[in-house]
Design a protein around this ligand. Structure first.
Ligand code: TYD
Ligand code: MG
Length: 456
């Protein structure tokens, strides 16, 4: 049989098909399949007897753990699990223009004080990066800067006795291997280039940051295939209308996931936000119907955010449901529970829900706060300005206990809140102890909440 000279690869999920199709059978993506040159087949005769025997060792080693490289940017270090592990590969994903290059330039400049660092830009010319560094006040940092896209050149430059300890590749989509025919940015190129860079990083013991752009579907282009190759995947998110930027660890072999770092984009680069709650609540106007403060946990940190709801009569046959910062499926569920279990029908209304400040909340613990904001907006009765709310809602309308309630309450007390609306959990005594000066109000069923912020 003739060897096929090309194959068709889905750029979203990496699935390979023998012929082109408009829809990928594997991930369901449309128009994602691109023709690529077939890679060399596995050499024949790969069998036992030809390899070198590997030495097995025990789990317990005698070598002292290598110290982590600390950037000094506390928000970044925490997300990485307490600094960078030598020899590890980190993928930094995010929308174009969100601030990935800025963050990594600041991180390399900070690291340059103690380590040898290299910043390789495939997207911007040297002068452009210099201009940015100038604007950030980092021109004097001892960062080795280059503009390059050829994998061969990059590998040759990093493989030496004077190899840097930290390398940034901005971005992996611009790097190409001349041995592969596919265009830069395709799955085969991205995968092959990343694999080579990671292999060199492990061998030489340097940290490699791979910057990856995210496609509009929200995956790093080419790159679900990259996520399993790297040790740590960080997403840099936020919307451009807001100055807040969230760095989120979605995978980390050397630390906790779901940890977040909060930054603010200023005219002099990214500034760390040590107390995000205060910032997220800074523009809040008290005693407005439809606004409610949710006491959440992001990673290891409690974080208070304002949830805003607007319920308005609709003239449309199928009223609008618009959600920013929360899951729209979850909103539908809360609306359905309010309708079916509490008799609050909002099906004839447009419903808008917004998490103020551009944060995206994933915890189910926000259910109760969302419900309170919705009920409050529908009834026109404000949730008290000094009240925080958290709790998960079940389909029968029951309010369920959530984890780490004491941490949430402590944060609320710290920021001067006076009351908390929480699930009536069996661990009430503990909750009371953590609450300190907070007046705790417990609810067992959503009905109770509907009663609280409703007219008449
Ligand atoms: P950039 O780091 O280039 O984004 P990415 O690498 O993720 O594509 O960030 C670009 C945006 O950041 C750009 O819109 C301008 C803004 N910015 C500032 O607001 N202040 C600054 O000091 C810098 C360097 C950029
Ligand atoms: Mg960039």
């Amino acid at each position: 049989m003739a060897k096929p000279s090309s194959r068709f690869v889905c750029q979203e999920c990496g699935a390979v098909t023998p012929r082109w199709a408009g829809k990928c059978e594997s991930c369901g993506g449309w128009n994602t399949i691109v023709e690529e040159a077939a890679p060399e087949a596995v050499p024949k005769g790969l069998s036992a007897g030809k390899g070198r025997r590997i030495d097995f060792v025990g789990l317990e080693g005698s070598a002292a753990p290598v110290p982590r490289l600390v950037t000094g940017i506390a928000e970044l270090d925490r997300v990485c699990g307490g600094g960078l592990v030598p020899g590890s590969a980190l993928l930094v994903g995010g929308d174009p223009g969100i601030g990935k290059s800025t963050l990594l330039l600041q991180a390399t400049a900070a690291l340059a004080a103690k380590s040898r660092v290299a910043y390789i830009s495939g997207e911007e010319a040297v002068d452009q990066v210099r201009m940015r560094a100038g604007r950030l006040g980092l021109s004097r940092a001892r960062v080795a800067l280059a503009s390059a896209t050829s994998l061969r050149d990059i590998l040759a430059s990093l493989d030496g006795a004077d190899a840097p300890e930290v390398v940034v590749i901005d971005s992996i989509q611009t790097v190409y291997a001349d041995s592969i025919e596919a265009a830069p940015g395709t799955v085969s190129q991205v995968r092959a280039c990343a694999a080579e860079l990671i292999r060199l990083a492990k061998r030489r013991g340097f940290v490699v940051f791979l910057v990856g752009h995210v496609t509009k579907e929200g995956t790093i282009a080419g790159p679900r295939v990259l996520e399993h190759m790297v040790d740590t995947t960080l997403y840099f998110e936020g919307d451009r209308g807001h100055q807040f930027r969230i760095l989120r660890a979605v995978k980390n072999r050397f630390g906790a996931t779901d940890e977040i770092g909060v930054f603010e984009m200023t005219d002099r680069g990214l500034a760390e936000v040590a107390n995000p709650s205060a910032l997220f609540l800074a523009e809040r106007r008290g005693n407005v119907a439809g606004s409610c403060v949710y006491a959440g946990i992001e990673g290891t940190r409690p974080m208070l955010v304002e949830i805003q709801a607007l319920v308005a009569p609709s003239s449309l046959s199928s009223p609008r449901r618009a959600v920013v910062g929360w899951d729209s499926g979850r909103l539908s569920m809360v609306l359905a529970v309010l309708d079916a279990r509490c008799g609050l029908a909002l099906s004839g209304n447009d419903v808008y829900l917004n998490v103020a400040g551009g944060l995206r909340i994933t915890e189910p613990a926000a259910d109760l706060a969302v419900a309170a904001a919705l009920v409050s907006s529908a009834g026109g009765v404000p949730v008290p300005a000094d009240m925080v709310v958290f709790g998960e809602i079940g389909l029968s309308g029951e309010v369920r206990a959530v984890a780490q309630s004491d941490q949430r309450l402590k944060e609320a007390a710290k920021l001067g809140f006076a009351q908390a609306l929480v699930p009536s959990s069996p661990r009430k005594s503990k909750t009371a102890a953590a609450a300190g000066p907070l007046a705790i109000r417990t609810v067992g069923h959503l009905q109770d909440v509907a009663g609280l912020f409703r007219n008449g």
